[in-house]
Design a protein around this ligand. Structure first.
Ligand SMILES: [Zn+2]
Ligand SMILES: [Zn+2]
Length: 224
């Protein structure tokens, strides 16, 4: 494992400094050190690293999806989820990024999640399309994919925590009016576009409304 890790570190260094792809970087290490081997876990991390543009960005969709996939593999019955996998409940934050879209319960208007929590997927092209695309590609595809997918697949948000503990799958209800919003499954679920998402936290688009957050300045002007 130590050998594998050090090879991965050198490969990551080559990716960052020489602009190599993860496969090229591993080939370069292997050329210099023929017995160098990297286990599949480290290969996956290198692929993630490349997808994030050779910088560790914990806010990146790739990073969030990777972290959730890792969790879903580790836990057969998640009892104790790390706090950091939950996105901050949008009702507890007063300062928001202006460009972000807020999603509210259609019935009671309770703020549920932000656009930054949406883990976009490419439409129905197989189970392991994770991290093969550069961020720009994925953003473009997400924009085009809005019609075919009838659900938003998002990261877990704090209000979901009681529903998630100790169970592999279940319903996601609005924390305020308890109307059904969607469902979750650590084993994954299929989107209407055909794509499997693992784990899946899906909110039906018909149950929420998009709200564009007003720039703070405008909001204050409107109030006074
Ligand atoms: Zn879809
Ligand atoms: Zn509600």
């Amino acid at each position: 494992a130590g050998v594998s890790r050090s090879v991965a570190v050198v490969a990551a260094y080559l990716m960052k400094t020489q602009g190599l792809g993860w496969e090229q970087a591993l080939a370069a290490v292997a050329a210099a050190k023929p017995d160098a081997q990297v286990n599949p876990g480290f290969q996956r991390q290198l692929r993630l690293y490349e997808a994030m543009g050779c910088a560790v960005d914990t806010g990146s969709v790739f990073y969030k999806r990777y972290r959730l996939e890792m969790l879903s593999e580790r836990f057969s019955e998640p009892q104790d989820l790390p706090r950091e996998v939950f996105a901050v409940d949008p009702t507890t934050v007063c300062q928001t990024v202006n460009t972000e879209v807020l999603y509210r319960c259609r019935k009671c208007r309770r703020a549920l999640f932000r656009s930054s929590s949406i883990l976009s997927h490419t439409e129905g092209i197989g189970p392991t399309a994770f991290a093969h695309k550069r961020i720009t590609d994925s953003a473009r595809l997400a924009g085009n994919g809005q019609e075919k997918c009838t659900s938003y697949f998002i990261e877990p948000v704090q209000w979901m925590e009681p529903a998630l503990l100790g169970v592999m799958e279940g319903q996601l209800l609005c924390p305020k009016c308890t109307s059904k919003l969607g469902s979750f499954s650590w084993r994954g679920d299929q989107c209407s576009c055909g794509r499997w998402v693992t784990p899946a936290f899906q909110i039906h688009k018909s149950r929420v409304d998009e709200v564009r957050t007003l720039p703070v300045g405008n909001f204050q002007t409107a109030k006074t």
